[in-house]
Design a protein around this ligand. Structure first.
Ligand SMILES: [Fe+2]
Ligand SMILES: [Fe+2]
Length: 258
């Protein structure tokens, strides 16, 4: 678990300090400070590949932290998390090769580690599965699955194939989290409260920061059902399709220094 003082404050909310990064990286603290110019130009594609690389590294770090922080979790769940570490490491390597194939390099754009900073604050495994897997990874899954035909249409076949292969792994990550959340909350009613508190805290964070609300609310019905969400759950998430308003003072982003 986190040591005292291992936190920072972003838009008035205490989150975990950034994970270690090589000196080549410039770290920013909100997603909207990470450059994103769509998919059309080579520079825009380099930006996307750079973001995806750091995203995969963060996801690896979160899964590894769950193994470190919860040594008494059921063995089968720890095996799922260990397999996930292997998957995310391969995804990071693929993303880095893709970036380099586009003429890019590590550190060419700023990065943000907000997913890590949010999930690593949660002190129960059910809460982390609910936020990291069931919300962040499921949301990314929806977006990336939708991107595959678009990438083929644009003639980026290699990127489309890579994304398709990665998302096949991601379905399994969301599925095991859904299965284990049901088992853990059935066995221990207190876990329901931990999940509810984590989701309420996440909502505050989305409202206060530029944590990508699309990632939290986008849905792809078919993929979500493959990943173990019930029809009712998919319908509930799909109904949350109102864009979140930009918080007041959005232009003055950045962490406080305490
Ligand atoms: Fe991944
Ligand atoms: Fe994943």
């Amino acid at each position: 678990m986190r040591a005292a003082g291992d936190t920072k404050v972003v838009r008035g909310i205490e989150v975990r300090n950034d994970p270690a990064r090589e000196p080549c990286f410039t770290i920013v603290h909100l997603h909207h400070d990470v450059p994103d110019a769509g998919n059309e130009t080579v520079e825009a594609r380099q930006m996307r590949a750079h973001r995806e690389y750091n995203q995969e590294v963060q996801t690896l770090e979160v899964a590894a932290l769950c193994l470190v922080d919860f040594p008494d979790a059921p063995w089968e769940l720890r095996m799922e998390l260990a397999r996930q570490c292997w998957d995310e490491a391969r995804h990071a390597e693929l993303s880095l090769r893709h970036l380099e194939g586009l003429g890019g390099w590590k550190g060419m754009f700023p990065i943000a580690n907000l997913d890590w900073s949010v999930v690593a604050m949660l002190d129960s495994l059910p809460a982390r599965l609910a936020v990291q897997h069931r919300t962040f990874e499921a949301g990314s899954l929806d977006i990336e699955i939708a991107a595959v035909p678009m990438l083929y249409d644009m003639g980026h076949d290699g990127h489309a194939e890579m994304t398709d292969a990665i998302e096949a792994d991601e379905v399994q990550h969301v599925r095991f989290a859904n299965e284990w959340l049901k088992r853990l909350t059935d066995a221990q009613p207190r876990a329901v409260l931990q999940v509810a508190a984590a989701m309420a805290w996440l909502r505050r964070l989305v409202e206060a920061t530029s944590l990508d609300p699309l990632k939290v609310i986008a849905t792809n019905d078919e993929t979500r059902q493959m990943a173990g969400f019930s029809r009712a759950e998919v319908a509930h998430v799909a109904s949350m399709d109102q864009p979140m308003p930009d918080p007041p003072g959005a232009a003055n982003s950045g962490p406080s220094d305490d």
